[in-house]
Design a protein around this ligand. Structure first.
Ligand SMILES: [Ca+2]
Ligand SMILES: [Ca+2]
Ligand SMILES: [Ca+2]
Length: 173
C-alpha cells in the first residue's frame, strides 16, 4: 500500500504536520502525495489565528481528518479512518512544533473509545498499551528500548492506570 499512506506513516511522520505541509505548500515530513486534498482552514474569530484544518482524505465528500492548531503550532489531529462518522484515531503532537508525535490513541472496535495507545520517543516507539476487552481499563503494556526490543511486559491492570504484574525482559546485547 502506498499513496494514501499518511496514516501508516504515523510512527514516523505526524498526520497533522503532513497536512499542514499541504496547507502551506511547503516541503518536508516526507512530502505528501500530490493528490492529497487541500485542507480547509478555520480561523479563531477573536484572534484571527488558524485553529483547525479540515480535510477529506478519503475523497468521498465528507470530512474525515481534523487538525487542531494554535496559529502555526499543531496541537493534535483526529481522524475517522473507516468513514463511519466516528473518530477512531487521535494523534497528540509534541508541543515544540517539530512534527514529532507524543502519542497516538486508536479505537479498534468502533465504540468511539480508544483501546490502543502508542507512545513515541522521537521517531521510535517507546511503549504500547491495549485495552483488550474494551472496558475502558488498559490491560497490557509493552515497553521498548531505542533498539526496538521489548524490555518490560506489564499485565493485570490495577484500575488506576498501573499494572499488578511487571516482568522485565532481559535484552540480548
Ligand atoms: Ca470511524
Ligand atoms: Ca474502542
Ligand atoms: Ca480492559
Amino acid at each position: 500500500m502506498q499513496g494514501s499512506g499518511l496514516g501508516n506513516k504515523a510512527g514516523v511522520c505526524s498526520i497533522a504536520v503532513a497536512l499542514l505541509v499541504v496547507a502551506v505548500a511547503a516541503t518536508g515530513c516526507g512530502g505528501p502525495a500530490s493528490d492529497t486534498p487541500t485542507p480547509i482552514p478555520t480561523y479563531d474569530p477573536n484572534t484571527g489565528r488558524l485553529s483547525k484544518l479540515t480535510t477529506d482524505l478519503s475523497g468521498d465528500g465528507k470530512a474525515d481528518t481534523w487538525v487542531y492548531m494554535n496559529g502555526t503550532k499543531v496541537l493534535r489531529a483526529e481522524r475517522d479512518r473507516n468513514q463511519d462518522g466516528r473518530i477512531d484515531y487521535w494523534e497528540f503532537d509534541l508541543p515544540d512544533g517539530t512534527g514529532g508525535i507524543e502519542h497516538i490513541e486508536e479505537d479498534s472496535n468502533g465504540d468511539g473509545r480508544p483501546d490502543h495507545w502508542t507512545f513515541f520517543a522521537g521517531p521510535v516507539i517507546r511503549a504500547v498499551e491495549w485495552d483488550e476487552d474494551f472496558d475502558g481499563v488498559r490491560d497490557r503494556r509493552l515497553t521498548y528500548n531505542p533498539a526496538g526490543q521489548v524490555t518490560r511486559i506489564e499485565t493485570r491492570a490495577d484500575g488506576a492506570g498501573g499494572y499488578l504484574e511487571i516482568r522485565d525482559v532481559p535484552v540480548d546485547k
